[in-house]
Structure formats: structure tokens, C-alpha cells
Design a protein around this ligand. Structure first.
Ligand code: FMN
Length: 390
């Protein structure tokens, strides 16, 4: 299952922590911190990781698990793996061409790749290179009209799944970004110049490829430049209902951590809820995302599709999230660490490693089929949360 063309870097990339360490070395500090950082004191981010660590799985023995399957059907798509790539803005800051690397990996593994409103590659280009594997992620910033125009662009480009992100009413204070002087568009001061100068590979490749920018916002009129710090507080229940009417494909609502919100979103007609605290990048005092998953599962019932992200770093974490109530899992930062570490090869190696961990974990807990993971796999054991919808 491992990639063939190993480099010294990918040989040292055997898990997500390795990818993080290698990316930290290879990327300018300002860019690494943009990816790695979180809101405020970064407590929510740390808790995402530590609460997942506390969850234990129950090993089972004497089960024939010789042939195993990790693929599953989810939201009408055949998925090659039970995890995909979370939507992330400005990925090309990690390394030139990062968006396309993510899209190519999604095609190769038959997994979804989120395409952010703030992506550094256009909606249309990402649709083309992801061959139906991309899910478009919508922010409502400038106006409702701009958001609906963006949605229409996504539909015209062939997207069938739309994710509305609802946990960014205002972009949060990320202290590392403030300290590093991170802003879009960039302003190059002495500090940034030195940072780029000591990372020549990143700087030269980025110069040659052209400075990344939010590619969906070029030109004048409603497509005027993207304002990263602009308020995004217009999203409310009325807008969700309006969007549900306007979008006839799959509609996912991303960034939910409260059971009552989840129940109401389900009632509004969304096709799935994406449980997430944005990787701790929004509210530093937010609960660890994984702690909110079981209550949300209880609120929406056993068959309603749930996606989970925030803190997933390994194949065992993927299984833990599935056992806690998710049907599908996404990873954010680790995908970008891997690209920062060694481009497309790094990404491919990381996905291979996590897939191998998922497969091995299945064997350890006595299961042959990823679809059979449920709360009975947790230690101490729980009543199963019931069947999962395909
Ligand atoms: C660099 C970066 C950019 C992000 N941009 C977006 C975005 O544009 N839209 C969105 O819904 N979430 C965005 N997110 C949040 C991710 O979709 C995801 O919820 C989060 O990264 C999951 O946590 P993890 O990084 O611990 O896996 C971003 C995350 C990162 C790290």
C-alpha cells in the first residue's frame, strides 16, 4: 500500500506528526503558522487532540478478519476510504500547486476534497481537476447575492455537493498570524523578507508560480477582492432555508457542535451535518469537537448522515470518530503538513499511512467492514448507536 518513489523526506514521514515536523522545517514560519495555528491560546485545538487520545477502542480476538474493506457509500458516492480532505482556503501558501495536489489525491483515492470559497484555485479549475470528487464550501461574506452567485458558479461547474460553513460569523483572532504580520494580500516587511530568505525553495517556487491569492475573487463588481477579515455574520436560519431552496444537490452544514442546532438543521432539510469546531481555529473556549459528536448523534437519530473533523491525526482517530457517531471523517491540517513536507509525494505517503492504520485498526477490533464500526467498538463498551446510512 506504500508509495514506491520514496525520497529521504517521505521515508521519514510515517505519521502525521512527522509531516508536521518536516513541514515546519521546510515552510516559512509565517505560512506554517497560518496552517498550524488556532484561535487565541490554542486550547480548543489542543483539547481536540487530547480528547481523541483519551478514547480507547476495544480489541477483539478470534475473528477471521483476513479480508477487509475500507470503502463505503456515503451521500450517494462510492468512497475508497472512510476519510477525506477538509475544505481549506489559500492552500497554495503551503506549497505552489497544493490545491491541485489535493484534487489529484482525491481522484486517485476516490475520496472527497473540500474546495473553499477562499481557495487559491478557482471553483471551475478545481471542478475540472477533481473529476467529480470536489465538494464546494460556501462562505457568505460580502453579501447574500455574492454567495448565491458563487453557488450558481459551483452548480454550473458541475458540483453536486455544497457545504455551508456556519462557524465563522467573524474570523477569529489567531495570535500567531497577528505576531507574524500575516495578511491577505501580503505586505512584505523586513521580518517576512528574512523568513522567506531562509526558506529559498518555498520562496523561489512561489515566486515562479505567482503569489497565491483567493482565486474566486478576481475582477471588479461583485467579484471584488476577498476581504479575509470581513464579517461573515449574515448567515442565519432564513439564509439556510433560502439556500436549501436554491440548491438541489447535497447540502451539508459545516461547523456544528450543539445538539439543538443539529436537530434544527436536520429539520431545515440539510442532507448532512458536519460536526467540527474548525480545528479550534474559531472559538478558543469551544468544547473539544469529539465530545460533541455523540450528543449530536443522539439528537439527529441513528440514520442521519454525520461528518466529523477537528483533531483527526491517525487511522485510529478515524475509527474512533466513526465509533463515536460519525459516518465519514475529514482531515485538515495533516494534509497540508504533508504537502509542506514533500509536495504530492508527501501527501500520497500520508494518505497511504493513514489508510494503512485504518485497515490495521479494523483487524485489531475484529471487523472486516468499515461500515460495521459503531459504539460497540469503544472501551468501555456502549450500546451501539444503530445502523449507518450509506
Ligand atoms: C489553513 C486552513 C484553512 C482553512 N480554511 C477553511 C475554509 O476556507 N473553510 C472551512 O469551512 N474551513 C476551513 N478550515 C477548517 C477545516 O475545514 C477543518 O475544519 C479543520 O482544519 C479540521 O481540523 P484539523 O486541522 O485538526 O483536522 C481551514 C483549516 C486550515 C488549517
Amino acid at each position: 500500500m506504500q508509495s514506491d518513489n520514496k525520497t529521504p523526506v517521505t521515508r521519514n514521514l510515517v505519521c502525521s506528526d512527522d509531516a508536521e515536523r518536516l513541514a515546519r522545517r521546510r515552510m516559512p514560519r509565517m505560512m506554517f503558522d497560518f496552517v498550524d495555528g488556532a484561535a487565541g491560546s490554542e486550547t480548543a485545538h489542543r483539547l481536540n487532540l487530547s480528547e481523541l487520545e483519551k478514547i480507547r477502542l476495544q480489541p477483539r480476538v478470534l475473528v477471521n478478519v483476513e479480508s477487509r474493506t475500507m470503502g463505503k457509500r456515503f451521500l450517494g458516492e462510492d468512497m475508497g476510504l472512510p476519510f477525506g480532505i477538509a475544505p481549506m482556503g489559500m492552500c497554495n501558501l503551503t506549497w505552489p500547486g497544493a490545491d491541485r495536489m489535493l484534487a489529484a489525491a482525491a481522484v486517485e483515492r476516490q475520496i472527497p476534497v473540500g474546495v473553499s470559497t477562499a481557495a487559491s484555485t478557482t471553483i471551475e479549475d478545481m471542478a475540472e481537476c477533481s473529476k467529480g470528487r470536489a465538494w464546494f464550501q460556501l462562505y457568505v461574506a460580502q453579501s447574500i447575492d455574492t454567495a448565491l452567485e458563487m453557488t450558481a458558479r459551483a452548480r454550473a461547474a458541475g458540483y453536486t455537493t455544497l457545504m455551508l460553513t456556519v462557524d465563522v460569523p467573524q474570523i477569529s483572532r489567531r495570535l500567531r498570524d497577528h505576531r507574524n504580520g500575516f495578511q491577505v494580500p501580503f505586505r512584505l516587511g523586513v521580518k517576512q523578507f528574512i523568513d522567506f530568505a531562509v526558506h529559498p525553495r518555498w520562496s523561489i517556487s512561489t515566486l515562479l508560480a505567482g503569489t497565491p491569492s483567493p482565486a474566486n475573487f478576481t475582477g471588479g463588481g461583485p467579484r471584488r477582492g476577498f476581504m479575509r477579515n470581513e464579517g461573515r455574520g449574515k448567515v442565519d436560519w432564513a439564509f439556510l432555508a433560502q439556500l436549501r431552496d436554491a440548491w438541489d444537490g447535497n447540502l451539508i452544514v459545516k461547523g456544528v457542535t450543539f445538539p439543538e442546532d443539529a436537530a434544527r438543521i436536520k429539520k431545515t432539510g440539510a442532507d448532512a451535518i458536519y460536526v467540527s469546531n474548525h480545528g479550534g481555529r474559531q472559538l478558543d473556549s469551544a468544547p473539544p469537537a469529539i465530545a460533541t459528536l455523540a450528543p449530536i448523534r443522539a439528537a439527529v437519530g441513528p440514520d442521519y448522515p454525520l461528518i466529523f473533523d477537528s483533531g483527526i491525526r491517525s487511522g485510529e482517530d478515524v475509527i474512533k470518530a466513526l465509533a463515536t457517531g460519525a459516518d465519514f471523517v475529514m482531515l485538515g491540517r495533516p494534509m497540508l503538513y504533508a504537502i509542506g513536507a514533500d509536495g504530492a509525494r508527501g501527501l500520497s505517503t500520508l494518505i497511504d499511512n493513514i489508510a494503512e492504520e485504518v485497515d490495521t485498526t479494523l483487524a485489531q477490533i475484529g471487523l472486516k467492514d468499515i461500515a460495521d464500526v459503531g459504539s460497540h467498538c469503544l472501551y468501555p463498551r456502549h450500546e451501539d448507536t444503530g445502523s449507518r446510512k450509506g
